[in-house]
Design a protein around this ligand. Structure first.
Ligand SMILES: Nc1ncnc2c1ncn2[C@@H]1O[C@H](COP(=O)(O)OP(=O)(O)O)[C@@H](O)[C@H]1O
Ligand SMILES: [Mg+2]
Length: 277
């Protein structure tokens, strides 16, 4: 998620914009930004981010399509068109009373993604299976979750994989979605669940008041998805246990108790035993 902390640019002609979990963003001053990746990010992820941003733009989604790679002394980088405007998270801090409207726009953007073809992307079910098997859950739980996951339907639909308030920008031309490195081909209800989890338990402030807001926002978002999308609440319940279990591999420690309750409840609904903590 972005941070306002300034960072010294690698060359003086660049102006620091933000830092995310995987990269630093700089304004080149010519209508383009450069996203310089941390060493820990794989080449495969960078290549996927380029390809999917271009694909998403081609199928008519509002995004900034990669203009090309720029690998130099400063590291591995992607050049994007500059998007004028704050992230949805920064915008919400300034316009808290318009949160309901903004979340409706966010859900609508997600609905548009869930109507797009995935192209040549990797399978989300495969990604979930890998994350579950390399994750920290007890072996017996991993085995039953993977057996259950294999029974779920595949879909050739574009899923973003990291659809949260820091990956959406509020521009004069409406919302734009960025940061496609976790995209895959899968069922849109799985992506909606992922978004619900990011809203409730993802990075960012997790004091009591913010958590109340986060839980409300996740419920509002889900309500909007369910009125505007092709999937149902039971589709989301069907995917929740495996999307949550897969997330254990990568998720940061915040709200651990609430997240474990959420995970165990989701697994209980499909008869997978709880993880004891
Ligand atoms: N095309 C862009 N134009 C302007 N700012 C951008 C652009 N892309 C990203 N940003 C800013 O940089 C931040 C981090 O970018 P992001 O692609 O999400 O990186 P990460 O993969 O590290 O999360 C965003 O939250 C946003 O503030
Ligand atoms: Mg991001």
């Amino acid at each position: 998620m972005e941070s306002p902390a300034p960072a010294k640019p690698p060359t003086p002609d660049l102006r620091f914009i933000a830092q995310g979990a995987s990269a630093m963003l700089y304004d080149r001053g010519d209508g383009h930004v450069i996203k310089i990746f941390r060493n820990s990010v794989s080449d495969e992820m960078i290549a996927r981010e380029v390809a999917v941003s271009v694909h998403a733009n081609t199928v008519g989604l509002p995004t900034a399509p990669a203009l090309g790679r720029h690998d130099g002394e400063e590291g591995r980088a992607i050049v994007y068109p500059y998007l004028e405007g704050p992230t949805l998270m920064a915008w919400l801090r300034r316009h808290p009373v318009r949160a309901g409207w903004a979340l409706e726009q966010m859900a609508d953007l997600h609905r548009r993604i869930s109507e797009a073809p995935a192209g040549q992307l990797r399978s989300l079910k495969q990604v979930l299976e890998t994350d579950i098997s390399y994750g920290p859950a007890p072996m017996a739980i991993k085995q039953s979750a993977i057996a259950y996951l294999r029974t779920l339907p595949d879909a050739p639909i574009l899923t973003h994989g990291d659809f949260h308030l820091g990956n959406i920008m509020m521009t004069d031309a409406g919302l734009k979605v960025i940061d496609w490195s976790k995209a895959a081909a899968g069922h849109p209800a799985a992506d909606a669940v992922r978004s619900e989890m990011l809203m409730r338990f993802g990075e960012g402030p997790d004091d009591a008041i913010t958590n109340l807001w986060r839980d409300w926002a996740a419920r509002h978002l889900a309500r909007c998805y369910l009125t505007s999308s092709t999937f149902s609440a039971s589709d989301m319940s069907m995917w929740r246990p495996v999307v949550a279990l897969a997330w254990l591999r990568a998720r940061q420690a915040g709200r651990a108790k609430s997240f474990h309750r959420y995970l165990n409840k989701a697994m209980a609904q499909v008869n997978i035993s709880p993880i004891l903590i």
